[in-house]
Design a protein around this ligand. Structure first.
Ligand SMILES: [Zn+2]
Length: 317
């Protein structure tokens, strides 16, 4: 099956360039052409996908999600009594919502659905015991440095990075996955009575440090990969992270790279995060220029077209 996607624009995250009057040809799930329409021959048997009014870019990648977690606040009784079959159904539904939001690939951080919570809890409880916040920071950094020495490729959350940890990440080319939106969801759930109030207090405590820490890493030029810890927050809300990244001083193109080229490299997947010939036909279309307006990527409703492996999985006008 050959499909020819006709779009107003085609954004290449690698170069940051947008090609007008664009055409993407996908043959048997793989891209064979992505560029100007005028330069390409459309195979006669190709099915036309009308993406007029849209800017096309590679499908987005979230490097840190929890598909089996509901993202509706913590309900341990419910978590404990959930049979595995139901958990699978949940994951399927979560994957669908994630896809609708334009994320065509994710890395599931298996295990605890509350990674960011664990980090907040461990560090802040330690701090309150000793009455010394600096102690928590030192411990968090010791953990990060040990992890980096131990050969991890990525640092998740990074709430309390210091200059040495940032230096180590720069030297080793490690990616940082900030998950800025996760503590925001802890606060929202707690305010809605779906998480204990102490969780919100702790999250409020750390948001300032987290923001400062990620800002320092961004300024220093650490590689930032897109990740949300969705499963703490609801599936499909991933794109809000873009706005928080931008607020921290990241340029729109760097935010988009974090979820395409950088993310692909970070999760070690080939043929994603790009529409170069030979890559998977995973793409999205948004009504406007995401470089001028990142909110186009922040909400599922703004993502009008999603193709996965050359198949249209979402199309709305
Ligand atoms: Zn997590």
């Amino acid at each position: 099956m050959i499909r020819a996607v006709h779009a107003d624009g085609l954004l290449d995250p690698a170069t940051g360039e947008t090609t007008r009057e664009a055409l993407v040809v996908i043959d048997d799930g793989r891209v064979t052409h992505a560029g100007r329409r005028a330069n390409a021959q459309v195979p006669r048997d190709a099915e036309t996908i009308d993406a007029s009014g849209l800017t096309i870019l590679p499908g987005l990648i979230d490097c840190h999600v929890h598909l089996t977690a509901l993202g509706e606040g913590l309900d341990f009784a419910r978590e404990l009594t959930t049979p595995p079959t139901l958990e699978l159904m949940r994951a399927v539904r979560a994957a669908r919502r994630t896809l609708d939001a334009g994320f065509t690939a994710v890395r599931d951080a298996a295990g605890s659905p509350a990674g960011v919570l664990d980090e907040i809890r461990a560090a802040v409880e330690e701090a309150s015991v000793h009455g010394l916040k600096v102690m928590a920071h030192a411990q968090a950094n010791a953990g990060i440095k040990n992890a980096l020495k131990g050969g991890v490729a990525t640092i998740e959350h990074g709430i309390w990075l210091d200059g040495d940890a940032i230096e180590m990440m720069l030297d080793g080319g490690h990616a940082l996955i900030p998950t800025l939106v996760a503590p925001q969801w802890v606060i929202r759930h707690a305010d809605a009575g779906k998480m204990p109030a102490y969780a919100a207090d702790k999250a409020r405590d750390v948001i300032k440090d987290h923001t400062a820490s990620i800002h320092m890493a961004v300024e220093a030029g650490v590689k930032i990969a897109f990740g949300t810890d969705t499963g703490v927050g609801p599936h499909g809300s991933n794109g809000e992270e873009f706005l928080l990244m931008q607020q921290l001083g990241m340029k729109p193109i760097d935010c988009i790279r974090s979820a395409t080229t950088v993310a692909a490299q970070t999760i070690g997947m080939k043929g994603v995060g790009t529409l170069a010939p030979g890559s998977w036909g995973d793409l999205i279309g948004v009504p406007g220029d995401p470089l001028a307006d990142l909110t186009l990527l922040s909400k599922p409703d703004n993502v009008h077209l999603v193709m996965k492996g050359g198949d249209v999985v979402k199309s709305q006008s």
